[in-house]
Unconditional design. Structure first.
Length: 438
């Protein structure tokens, strides 16, 4: 067993025993109540699952194992160009401990060793129409790798349930290791005439991804490290994380579960939002004849968008009540690397204009920008202009968080998820009972 695997076992297995005791001795404690509105409105705010890796705070944003993004930008190991290595945040999510530079290098080396993608995955991708959406290709490629599942093979042989975590660890490591190669293949197949670029084993995970995409600029490598780090996780209730957890709760392996999560990420209300931001900004520029808009122009266009019954993409969040710290991290990167970029200047003006307009409607709980408001503009600056591909980048990063959580689910022995459901007639009956009691 390798060192990282041993450390995970030393953390997870004792916690599994602790949770059993907790449920036995304190399972009767009531955590709260919920309302009819919450049931009908997507169960927002209802505590219904445990996710060990991260927690979303409405004021401070996401915390990974208790650390905020600003804290982690200071504490996690960095690659060349000054940005944190995604390998470091994976180590933190997996173990709960801050990694050393050696720890991050070990993860990077392990992923490099495990990164070989079976030929049949590429053959399957090549059989699809060239116009197939990149997220469809990505999800199918993950499913095609299911033939390699260690967990599925071990379960078929009759593994003891206390050991479920062991082959799942192998699947999680293998899957994450191979995703950049698959994503880059999809990008080069779809947009670059099928001319592919072999991986460079000397590069770290994020820089090698940029290289395989076709971008060897040091700035793009640094951006890819940043992007892959800040998008990894957002607690367990978002669609991609919850879908991965839900499918995994049926003891589906990592490939089935992640593919389900990626199908959720592809939705316009989730991971697809970053490309909607880019489309909206391009429409804004076209509206003003490609000239650089003023703040007044932008304010008028925002009001026009709202008057048409549309949303301003990249603004608002279901939980956050202030500017997304991931947005701030990207803004700081842009101020350092591309301060004179025209699209970045528009994004900055939007930040100065949009919140006040949204607040003035009296209907918006969070008028501040989220992570999607910035990421596409950074990618465009370095030449990755094909915004239909952006959600695949999001998926490569988000896989780190959801698969780490899935591994913890398996180690802690979480059961199949099966909430109850009711009819609207049943709900009406409860309303009448409440009236009678009052």
């Amino acid at each position: 067993m390798d060192r990282l695997k041993e450390k995970f076992a030393a953390k997870a297995l004792p916690l599994a025993d602790e949770i059993k005791t907790l449920i036995k001795e304190h399972g009767h404690i009531v955590l709260g109540s919920y309302t009819i509105e919450q049931v009908y409105h997507g169960m927002k705010g209802m505590i219904g699952m445990v996710t060990e890796t991260s927690k979303l705070d409405s004021e401070e944003g996401i915390r990974f194992r208790g650390y905020s993004i600003p804290e982690l930008r200071q504490k996690l190991p960095r690659g060349s160009g000054g940005e944190n290595l995604p390998e470091g945040i994976f180590y933190l999510l997996l173990t709960g401990d801050l990694p050393t530079e050696e720890d991050a290098r070990e993860v990077s080396n392990a992923w490099a060793r495990r990164s070989h993608v079976p030929k049949h995955v590429f053959d399957m991708l090549d059989s699809l129409p060239k116009g197939t959406h990149p997220m469809t290709q990505f999800s199918l490629a993950i499913l095609a790798m299911q033939t390699e599942s260690n967990f599925a093979a071990a379960y078929r042989k009759g593994i003891n349930k206390k050991q479920y975590w062991d082959p799942m660890f192998e699947d999680v490591m293998n899957c994450i290791a191979r995703l950049p190669r698959i994503a880059a293949y999809i990008y080069r197949r779809t947009y670059k005439g099928g001319v592919h670029i072999e991986p460079d084993p000397k590069l770290d995970w994020g820089a090698n991804f940029a290289h395989m995409l076709g971008f060897d600029d040091d700035g793009m490598k640094a951006l890819m490290r940043l992007y892959l780090t800040i998008h990894v996780d957002h607690e367990g209730g978002n669609v991609s994380a919850h879908a991965t957890h839900l499918v995994g709760s049926a003891l589906s392996d990592a490939y089935y579960s992640l593919s389900a999560g990626m199908n959720g990420l592809a939705g316009p209300l989730h991971g697809l939002a970053n490309q909607e931001v880019v489309r909206w900004i391009y429409d804004l520029r076209t509206h003003y004849g490609e000239k650089m808009p003023t703040k007044e122009d932008i304010a008028d266009y925002v009001k026009k968008t709202l008057a048409e019954g549309r949303v301003v993409p990249g603004y608002g969040h279901a939980v956050l009540r202030k500017t997304d710290p991931r947005y701030i991290a990207q803004m700081e990167f842009a101020q350092t690397h591309l301060a004179d970029d025209e699209l970045f200047k528009i994004v900055q003006m939007l930040y100065e204009v949009v919140p006040e307009i949204l607040k003035s409607t009296g209907k918006i709980k969070n008028p501040w920008p989220n992570v999607d408001a910035h990421s596409g503009v950074l990618l465009i600056h370095y030449g990755l202009t094909e915004y239909d591909f952006y959600t695949v980048l999001f998926g490569v990063s988000r896989a780190i968080g959801v698969l780490t959580s899935l591994l913890w689910d398996r180690a802690l022995g979480h059961p199949i998820e099966r909430p109850g459901s009711v009819t609207t007639d049943w709900m009406k009956a409860q309303i009448e009972k409440a009236k009678a009691t009052a």
